[in-house]
Ligand binder design. Structure first.
Ligand SMILES: Cc1cc2nc3c(=O)[nH]c(=O)nc-3n(C[C@H](O)[C@H](O)[C@H](O)COP(=O)(O)OP(=O)(O)OC[C@H]3O[C@@H](n4cnc5c(N)ncnc54)[C@H](O)[C@@H]3O)c2cc1C
Length: 547
């Protein structure tokens, strides 16, 4: 039997950072198992390829969620990366860390060492910020290049002036001291190419002799001896492939992401005894929190028709597209180097709200049925708006004992009253932004939700008809104290009650943060790598008011 020190399940955002950091120790032997293929496909690396990989089943798990109580009878599509780099290889490139309060809340829930002053050094260590940024907050020497949108678009400019006209200030760095405000988006794009976790962390690590990365290796279960994880079984070649087993001397690290990590624990007999027994799975370790607590951001996308100017809808067609392709090939700039959203705006839903609870994005483009993936034919612009810290929670549960069956994903969007109120407030703000004076020369009319929608109930009805995920699921293997009913891992990310097994990915977040999740998932993995290696954590940042 092949034996390594560490076996990492999943080469996504977290798995890539872990492979890099753990292999810095030349004596440690690391095996990374990834269900998907290598990340060779050009659409992964071309930023505008997002629109293609969004539905490309060869590199995407392409899950469907269950119909929710507030999704108007719709099953919402849930893309997830299935290739080296995981979801960071198909995501929208946005770099957004969240607010201080997000991580302080994690610490307040009983997780020592996870407050903002503790996690900030890891955000800094990971990144190579190109452009504006206060050194207290931004890193300049890491592997992850973070740039700011450099495509000056008249519609984006007008949108930002519109926000300013409504009292929303321009913010030079939403990843700095304060998140609130409006600005061009910061992206993980370098020289017109995507910087995935694989590009930044995994590929450099693969040059080391102690890293062994296996693609098309679909892990089917974790192998235990008593309460200790000692290895994993996987299908070499995927479904119908060759059953193979590898052993881990030190630890098995589960980094399969928010949907697949709880699924794999359940398939391995770790979870709610009732659920496991109902599928004929022997209970190895009862842990009812596994898969429970799923959170995500739910976004209705408001659309307006545009006049007097070209939008991306037209530029991505016919001759214009060829011109743009040539521009990208020769300069690495232009339309094909763009991310799906360009301007970011953070604001609050009410005057008494403690910190920004709304995130809005602007794109000078519009999509069929409001779902990113297929551009509309006529000129359009879109404002997606979502509540940053929803309270609604759902779950991920196995559908059957078959490791190749997709899990049941029920996010329960908008189940809590507060969430419904804040989402409606976000849509109303989106309408004000689209109707602002600086955008007036280009604003033809509101297409969705449309002028007939006026009351809160009508806005809510529209949100349930057309809202979609913003692709930020988390919180299904939550980090928390052993005596809580919901926690799956402790604050060292070790699975409660088991040995030799950690979960390290977006699923460990105890509560949703005010951000897209890639940056914080990378941070989680970097911090965990220090814990695994027994290294002292970097000194917590001392802010003026806490010094
Ligand atoms: C379409 C889309 C757009 C997004 N846009 C943004 C954005 O602009 N900015 C941002 O910050 N975040 C964005 N996100 C979210 C962000 O990319 C993810 O939250 C983050 O990448 C999650 O990292 P992870 O390590 O938890 O999981 P992943 O990166 O998904 O990695 C999990 C890996 O495990 C592998 N795996 C799963 N099960 C098995 C198994 N049984 N055996 C072997 N391997 C397995 C998967 O194939 C995958 O490679 C987006 C996500 C998507 C899908």
């Amino acid at each position: 039997m092949e034996t390594f020190d560490y076996v990492i399940i999943g080469a996504g955002s977290a798995g890539s950072v872990l492979a890099n950091r753990l292999s810095e120790d030349a004596t440690a032997r690391i095996c990374v198992l990834e269900a998907g293929p290598s990340d060779w496909h050009p659409y992964i690396h071309l930023p505008a390829g997002f629109i293609k990989t969004f539905h490309m089943k060869s590199v995407n798990w392409a899950y469907q969620q269950e119909v929710g109580p507030w999704t108007g009878g719709r099953s919402i599509y849930a893309p997830r990366g299935k290739t080296l780099g995981g979801s960071s290889s198909i995501n929208g490139h946005i770099y957004n860390r969240g607010q201080r309060q997000d991580f302080d809340t994690w610490a307040q829930l009983g997780n020592r060492g996870w407050g903002y002053p503790d996690v900030l050094p890891y955000f800094k260590r990971l990144e190579r910020r190109v452009g504006e940024g206060d050194e207290t907050y931004r890193g300049r020497d890491g592997n992850l290049t973070v740039t700011t949108m450099d495509w000056q678009d008249p519609l984006c400019e007008a949108f930002m002036h519109g926000a300013i006209s409504l009292g929303i200030p321009k913010n030079p760095d939403y990843n700095g001291a304060i998140q609130e405000g409006v600005s061009y988006a910061q992206r993980t794009i370098k020289n017109g190419l995507r910087v995935s976790a694989a590009t930044a962390f995994l590929h450099p690590a693969r040059k080391r002799p102690n890293v062994n990365v296996r693609t098309h290796a679909h892990v089917t279960n974790i192998v235990f001896e008593g309460k200790r994880a000692v290895g994993v079984r996987y299908m070499k070649g995927g479904k119908g492939g060759v059953p193979t087993e590898v052993r881990a001397n030190k630890e098995v690290i589960l980094s399969g992401g928010t949907y697949n990590s709880p699924q794999l624990l359940q398939l391995s007999g770790v979870g709610s005894p009732e659920l496991l027994k109902s599928h004929g799975i022997e209970v190895r370790h009862a842990l009812p929190g596994v898969g429970e607590g799923l959170q995500d951001h739910y976004a209705p996308r408001s659309v307006a028709r545009v006049k007097n100017i070209q939008t991306i809808n037209e530029l991505r067609r016919g001759l214009s597209l060829w011109v743009e392709a040539l521009k990208w090939a020769t300069t690495r700039r232009g339309l094909l180097s763009l991310s799906p959203t360009m301007v970011y705006c953070f604001w609050h839903s009410g005057e008494t709200t403690e910190s920004s609870d709304l995130q809005l994005t602007f794109t000078p483009a519009s999509y069929k049925e409001g779902v990113q993936g297929q551009l509309e034919d006529q000129p359009g612009m879109t404002v997606a708006s979502w509540q940053q810290r929803p309270e609604s929670r759902g779950y991920v549960r196995i559908r059957s004992a078959d490791p190749f069956a997709p899990p049941i994903i029920q996010t329960n969007y908008l189940a809590e009253e507060l969430d419904r109120r804040v989402v409606v407030a976000g849509m109303k703000l989106a309408r004000r932004l689209l109707g602002s004076v600086p955008l007036a020369p280009y604003f033809a009319h509101e297409d969705f939700p449309g002028p007939n929608v006026q009351s809160d109930d009508e806005f809510l009805a529209a949100a349930t008809q057309r809202g979609t995920t913003t692709f930020h699921p988390g919180c299904t293997c939550r980090m928390g104290p052993a005596d809580s009913s919901w926690a799956v891992v402790d604050d060292q990310l070790r699975v409660h009650g088991l040995q030799g097994l950690r979960v390290i990915d977006a699923s460990i977040m105890p509560r949703m943060i005010s951000a897209n999740l890639n940056a914080s998932t990378l941070m989680i993995a970097d911090k965990a790598s220090d814990m695994i290696r027994g290294r002292t954590a970097p000194e917590a940042v001392k802010f003026a008011e806490t010094a």
